[in-house]
Design a protein around this ligand. Structure first.
Ligand code: HEM
Length: 150
């Protein structure tokens, strides 16, 4: 199995990887990304960028959520979701994308700002173009549930 995202100095667990993580075939995006430690590292960097993004914080609902929602919990939920939808052994237990974003009034400009931060994170960890394309496809598939209709 390749460990594509572990260039940031994380540990490669080799034979000590938990058995559950081996349920996904090597072809699963989850494994090509390097498993849950790599995914959590990417999510951590991504959410740190979002929290200081001025385009997002200009939206008062997002500024309010930034103060109210513990970032560690948000990172956990997003990492579990990404782990699950990429074929990993996690079970996402959070709300639907519609239920968790409807009150946030996220517009197209804010969506594009989020995507720019996401790409910056993926590039920082040298995620290859193929895997970047698959991840951005997953994110884009949620857009109708997250961006408010004008
Ligand atoms: C511009 C885009 C986005 C912004 C600004 C944003 C912001 C937020 C905020 C502020 C919350 C907390 C809401 C609350 O508890 O009141 C949240 C929750 C969440 N977001 Fe996003 N989000 C965006 C896109 C996405 C995308 C693309 C995904 C996944 C593909 C995602 C996954 C989640 C998850 C899993 C939660 C937690 C749900 C729960 O706690 O039950 N978000 N988001």
């Amino acid at each position: 199995m390749r460990m594509l995202l572990l260039t940031a100095g994380l540990v490669t667990f080799g034979a000590f990887r938990p058995a559950a993580a081996q349920l996904a075939p090597d072809t699963a995006l989850y494994n090509r990304l390097g498993g849950v430690y790599a995914i959590a590292t990417v999510v951590d960097d991504f959410i740190e960028r979002l929290l200081v993004n001025n385009t997002l914080n200009a939206n008062p609902r997002l500024a309010e959520a930034r103060a109210r929602v513990p970032k560690a919990g948000l990172k956990f939920q997003v990492a579990a979701l990404v782990c699950q939808v990429t074929g990993g052994p996690c079970t996402y237990t959070g709300r639907t994308m519609k239920a968790s974003h409807a009150h946030l009034n996220i517009n197209e400009e804010q969506w594009q700002a989020m995507l720019a931060d996401f790409r910056a994170t993926l590039n920082k960890f040298s995620v290859p173009a193929k895997e970047q394309g698959e991840l951005i496809g997953i994110v884009q598939s949620t857009k109708p549930d997250i961006v408010i209709a004008r």
